[in-house]
Each structure stands twice: as structure tokens, then as C-alpha cells.
Design a protein around this ligand. Structure first.
Ligand code: ZN
Length: 387
């Protein structure tokens, strides 16, 4: 259900509403600074923009991101005595959109939405957080905890270079707030995320001329086709386990019995305890045609964010704070992973999906609802003032 018009019963909400045009201008700047994961220089430019934006009220650190752009950690200068530990806010600077996407998908505001590459996932979430900090500072609202923002440059490609830094900052935190977009057009928070993995299965057969020497060949493609129905049967929707053979290749010519075939399989699990048994099922694949050999690599690389008691408590706090400003929050389980998966797996209460409300992440209709910007910004500010 879309909420009715929000009335400014709260000074933080009123502040966010009064800054709406400024927030839109910042989002525009961010979207127009394209930052695909695989272009370290472009991501670096975006991180520069972000650094310049927060430098007047934050101390900054950068960590090299190996072959990716730099990761950024900002500690905000906020009112109040910091005696209640640390809260980590988490986001990413990279997008799935190639450089030049702006030509066909320019930033624009129309139909009550903002549009453009990365606008929802998740540049607006970063802008909301920055304005939540402005609100707390300008209204002199005391914030009990240190507040860090970590922005990773490789989230869309598995977070291999940022994971250790995320865990390092999470370890010292009592809560993690992830400003990824919410779920659906209601902007549900994410209190559980599936774990994500990838497997590559390669079948090695025996090549032969399909006309001259058919019997000497052992087709890797035929063997793979048989194995695929076994692999597909690993899906268990009741337990939230899905197995998707998403990319397949093999063979060289139609008149050659294929010597090799390969499949890339995406894995998702709701419970971490399901990961080892699923991986074992892949390892246990045996060829039906004994002349073929099967090779398996990979596994679950992003643990699931399981809905722990700590996550539920954090969600209930957010729901109460939202209700006080006239918003009804809901929670959701999503199949998509984020860096919140890592922090939740460490047992740190993690609340995800606190960013924008909209639809079309990673798709041409990527957009967010303008009339849900102020309440999300205010909710972030209220959470920081409370935790
Ligand atoms: Zn994202």
C-alpha cells in the first residue's frame, strides 16, 4: 500500500522535506558521474565526488580496492557525546551500468520519479544518508554513537576486495544499516537475504569425427545435458534453495563429438547450514557415460543474512521510529545479496533496504519515488539518533 501524504510531525522529517530539491541535485550529480564496477578510474571519480561532498563534516580514509576503485570510510562529525559504541552504515559506489549508459538513459525527473543508471541501486541511498547527517547536525540532535559510512567499490561483482574491510568495521559496531533500496514499491526493509554462490561444472568427453568415427567419441554435451537435469533437481523451493544453470557452452563444430562442455550455475540458500550439503551434491556428480570426466569448482561465497533475534530487534526499532513519523514499515526476504550478508553472518544486527523506494534496479526502468525520499532520509536520521 502506498502511504497517504506524510505530514511533517517531526522536525527531522520537516527538514528532509525542505531539502528535497538539494537532495535531488546531489543524486543528479552522483548519477551523472558514472561508476561501473569494472572501471576503476570511473569509480575513483565517483569516490572523489563523494569525498568532496562529505569532507566538510567527516574524516575520511581510503583503502585501495585491488583491481577495483578505492573503498571509502567516512566518520561523521555529529552532535552529542559518543559513549555508546559505533554504528556502521554501508553502501557501494559501483553500478552495473557501463560507461556511456547516460546517453540512452539520462538522469531525469518525471512522473514523480527520478530515473537514471544507479539512481536506485544505490546512489540515492548515499544521498539520503548524507542528508540525514545534515539534518542531525543542523538541528543539533544528539547522536549517541560514532557513525561510520563505508562505501565499497566492488559490491556488484562479489565484494572480493572489500569484504575484509567490511568485516573489520562491522566487528567494532553494534549495528549495521545498509542503504540499499527497499523491496518493492512499498520499500520494505530487508531482514533476510539469501546467500549467494556460483559453481562451474565442466564435463570432459572424448572428441571424434561424427561421421567417420562416431563410436570413438564420448560427447561432453550429451553428458552435460544429462547432468543438468540432476543439477536442476538440487533446487528445493520449500527450503529456499535455488540452483540456476545460467550460462552454458561446449563443443566446437557440429560434425565433431564434443570434447568439452561447461555450465555456470548460480546458487542461493536461505540457511547457511544448507550450503555445505548443496556443495557436496555438486562434488558428488558422477558421469553417466563412464568415458567422461566431471570437474566441479566454486561454492557459496556470500553467506545468507539470516533473520536473527538481533535483526528482528533492530527492525522493530526502525518500525517504531517510522510509525512515529506516519510511515508503516514492512520487512522482506530477498534472494539478492548485499554486503549486509557478511555483517549479518558475523552476528552483527544488520538492517538492509533502508535506501530509496522504487523499482528496476539493474534494468532500464531503474527509478525511485520522489515522494518517498523525505521519509527515508528522516528514518535514517532517527535511527542514528536512537541507536
Ligand atoms: Zn546495490
Amino acid at each position: 500500500m502506498r502511504p497517504a501524504i506524510i505530514t511533517a510531525v517531526d522536525s527531522l522529517l520537516a527538514y528532509a522535506q525542505s531539502k528535497q530539491q538539494e537532495i535531488i541535485a546531489l543524486i543528479r550529480q552522483m548519477v551523472e558521474c558514472e561508476s561501473p564496477s569494472d572501471d576503476a578510474a570511473a569509480v575513483g571519480r565517483f569516490v572523489d565526488l563523494l569525498s568532496d561532498t562529505v569532507a566538510p563534516f567527516a574524516s575520511l580514509k581510503r583503502r585501495a580496492g585491488e583491481r577495483f576503485g578505492p573503498h571509502l570510510v567516512a566518520e561523521f562529525d555529529l552532535p552529542g557525546r559518543k559513549k555508546s559504541g559505533q554504528v556502521l552504515t554501508l553502501g557501494h559506489s559501483d553500478t552495473v551500468w557501463a560507461l556511456g549508459t547516460l546517453k540512452s538513459m539520462p538522469f531525469r525527473e518525471s512522473d514523480g520519479r527520478l530515473w537514471g543508471p544507479g539512481v536506485l541501486d544505490m546512489k540515492s541511498g548515499l544521498a539520503f544518508l548524507i542528508y540525514a547527517v545534515h539534518a542531525l547536525r543542523d538541528l543539533k540532535v544528539p547522536v549517541p554513537s560514532r557513525v561510520l559510512l563505508q562505501v565499497n567499490s566492488d559490491e556488484e561483482v562479489g565484494s572480493s576486495s572489500s569484504r575484509a574491510l567490511t568485516e573489520e568495521n562491522a566487528r567494532r559496531s553494534k549495528a549495521v544499516l545498509v542503504v540499499e533500496p527497499g523491496t518493492g514499491m512499498e520499500g520494505k526493509l530487508k531482514t533476510a537475504r539469501k546467500g549467494v554462490g556460483g559453481m562451474v561444472v565442466t564435463v570432459h568427453g572424448r572428441a571424434a569425427h561424427s561421421g567417420v568415427d562416431f563410436g570413438a567419441g564420448a560427447s561432453a554435451i550429451l553428458e552435460m545435458a544429462r547432468q543438468l537435469s540432476r543439477i536442476a533437481a538440487f533446487t528445493n523451493l520449500k527450503r529456499g534453495i535455488t540452483v540456476n544453470p545460467g550460462v552454458i557452452s561446449g563443443g566446437t563444430r557440429s560434425n565433431v563429438v564434443a570434447a568439452e562442455a561447461r555450465v555456470e550455475v548460480d546458487l542461493r540458500v536461505v540457511k547457511m547450514k544448507d550450503a555445505p550439503s548443496l556443495e557436496r551434491k555438486f562434488q558428488a556428480l558422477r558421469p553417466i557415460d563412464k568415458r567422461c570426466r566431471i570437474e566441479v569448482s566454486g561454492g557459496v561465497n556470500r553467506p545468507p543474512m539470516e533473520r536473527s533475534a538481533g535483526i528482528v530487534a533492530l527492525y522493530r526499532t526502525a518500525r517504531r521510529l517510522a510509525r512515529e513519523i506516519g510511515m508503516e514499515l514492512e520487512e522482506s526476504l530477498t534472494g539478492g545479496g548485499s554486503d549486509g550478508n557478511f555483517t549479518a553472518a558475523m552476528g552483527i544486527p544488520t538492517l538492509d533496504g533502508l535506501g530509496a523506494v522504487g523499482e528496476g534496479a539493474h534494468a532500464a526502468n531503474e527509478s525511485l519515488l520522489v515522494d518517498r525520499m523525505a521519509d527515508r532520509t528522516a528514518l535514517l536520521a532517527r535511527l542514528l539518533a536512537t541507536l
